[in-house]
Design a protein around this ligand. Structure first.
Ligand SMILES: Cc1cc2nc3c(=O)[nH]c(=O)nc-3n(C[C@H](O)[C@H](O)[C@H](O)COP(=O)(O)OP(=O)(O)OC[C@H]3O[C@@H](n4cnc5c(N)ncnc54)[C@H](O)[C@@H]3O)c2cc1C
Length: 413
């Protein structure tokens, strides 16, 4: 690992979203007094990403609505961050420790942080590039989609993951007819237990959304203003389409840096790449010793913040905390999902009814070990489930599914 930083050093952070901003903040909290420069190719002040599919899409706020800013302007002054919006890095000269910008400018650095995140996977089918097919990652995407929803009556969402389902809920709230098309046999197949999938399937159906699972979209044809989505289950008509089929890490700078990549920049447990002094954090990082000891790229605000915390401490030569149990949330209609851990293949999942009306949770075990909890409108189940996973406390599937079993008793042991 490169030597610790001093006040004469400079750090260049590429990407001013959840990971990049946390990194800048954590460097200052770890006592770094040197220069921090943070760049983003997006213009304007950095905005929170999670609301883009939720409140932002429903409320249609002004572009600079302060409620959705990641940090207010005063934060950049307070933390002495030289922030350059609308600045894209096009290549890195790692031996010379410089970054070249799209406008030809060159910036030097002592430590480089790649917080370049991920980009939406385009729909790889004929018609997937139609102007009425939208993706959702950055505020500009949300603005384009929101404008299209103003003029549309029918929305088709291709991909039944969290972002697709959140967009579906927001569009229903705006009065559109919505169809969700998912290729897998169930919604959220990649990320949730079968119980949680079934719960959200029912929730969306109850709100009038048509859900088609096992439906592969093979092409999109335009007839005037109308789009026809061809699937093996029949044709679906729509005025606008959202492609929510996942993201790929933004590794555009990898070749010029010459670092090893897989499904992300390969990093060690401190989020440092094979090139000393070059770190990668957030959605773009692929830790080799991350959660559960495995190689896994995690896409969440929590991972963006945690990886920044670990990398900043390592950069400053301070003791870093270990990798935490990952957590995530999603808001759909009046339901808040909070999940901790990762549902492993082959897990046994049991469900539990919470005390409050509408509170439900799903507990996934491998043997007698709790690996993940997915709690819906049940913050207590989430908090205790997360603690059980973190501390490796004893909880059996029978206890978890018994709503008479007092979860709080686990905290007293
Ligand atoms: C609509 C939506 C809803 C979400 N909801 C949730 C949720 O409810 N809960 C949750 O935990 N997570 C949610 N997520 C995921 C979460 O937002 C991401 O995990 C998080 O944004 C990752 O942060 P990041 O900084 O690693 O990457 P990103 O947010 O992708 O940011 C990377 C930044 O780097 C910039 N960049 C890339 N390359 C360059 C370059 N060469 N030069 C300059 N700038 C560059 C990009 O412009 C971008 O701003 C959601 C994401 C989206 C899109």
């Amino acid at each position: 690992m490169a030597k610790s930083l001093s006040s004469t050093h400079s750090v260049l952070i590429i990407g001013a979203s959840h990971a990049g901003i946390s990194m800048a903040e954590q460097l200052r909290k770890n006592g770094f007094e040197g220069r921090i420069t943070m760049l983003d190719r997006e213009a304007g002040m950095p905005m929170e990403r999670p609301p883009l599919s939720k409140a932002w899409l429903v409320e249609k706020p002004d572009a600079d609505d302060p409620r959705f800013l990641m940090r207010q302007a005063s934060w950049f002054e307070e933390f002495r961050i030289d922030f350059k919006p609308g600045a894209e890095v096009v290549s890195i000269d790692a031996p010379a420790q410089t970054a070249r910008l799209a406008d030809g400018a060159e910036l030097g650095w002592d430590r480089l942080v790649l917080a370049t995140g991920a980009i939406p996977r385009p729909l790889p089918i004929p018609g997937g590039d139609d102007p009425s097919v939208f993706v959702l990652r950055v505020p500009g995407d949300a603005a384009r989609l929101s404008q299209a929803l103003d003029d549309a009556r029918r929305l088709a969402v291709v991909g039944g993951g969290y972002i697709g389902l959140e967009v579906a809920a927001s569009a229903r709230k705006r009065g559109l007819e919505v169809t969700v098309l998912e290729m897998a046999p169930r919604l959220l197949a990649r990320v949730a237990s079968a119980g949680a999938s079934a719960f959200f399937h029912g929730l969306h159906q109850d709100h009038g959304t048509t859900i088609m699972t096992g439906a592969s979209v093979t092409g999109i044809s335009r007839y005037g203003d109308e789009l026809h989505l061809v699937t093996d289950e029949g044709t679906v008509m729509a005025d606008a389409v959202v492609a929510g089929i996942g993201v790929v890490p933004d590794l555009a700078l990898a070749d010029s840096i010459g670092v090893e990549t897989g499904n992300g920049y390969k990093v060690n447990a401190q989020y440092e790449t094979g090139h000393g002094g070059v770190f990668a954090i957030g959605d773009v990082a692929l830790p080799d010793e991350g959660y559960m000891g495995g190689t896994m790229r995690i896409e969440s605000v929590h991972h963006a913040q945690m990886s920044a915390e670990i990398a900043a401490a390592a950069m400053m030569g301070n003791p870093a905390k270990g990798h935490e149990v990952p957590w995530f949330w999603s808001d759909q209609y009046d339901r808040k999902l909070q999940s901790a851990g990762i549902v492993p293949a082959g897990a046994e999942t049991v469900s539990r009814l919470g005390r409050r009306e509408g509170a439900t949770s799903f507990w996934s075990f491998l043997g007698d070990q709790l690996k993940a909890v997915e709690a819906i409108n049940d913050p207590q189940a989430y908090t205790i489930g997360r603690m059980v996973i973190e501390a490796g406390l004893d909880l059996s599937p029978d206890q978890a599914s018994d709503s008479g079993f007092d979860l709080k008793s686990l905290m007293r042991r």
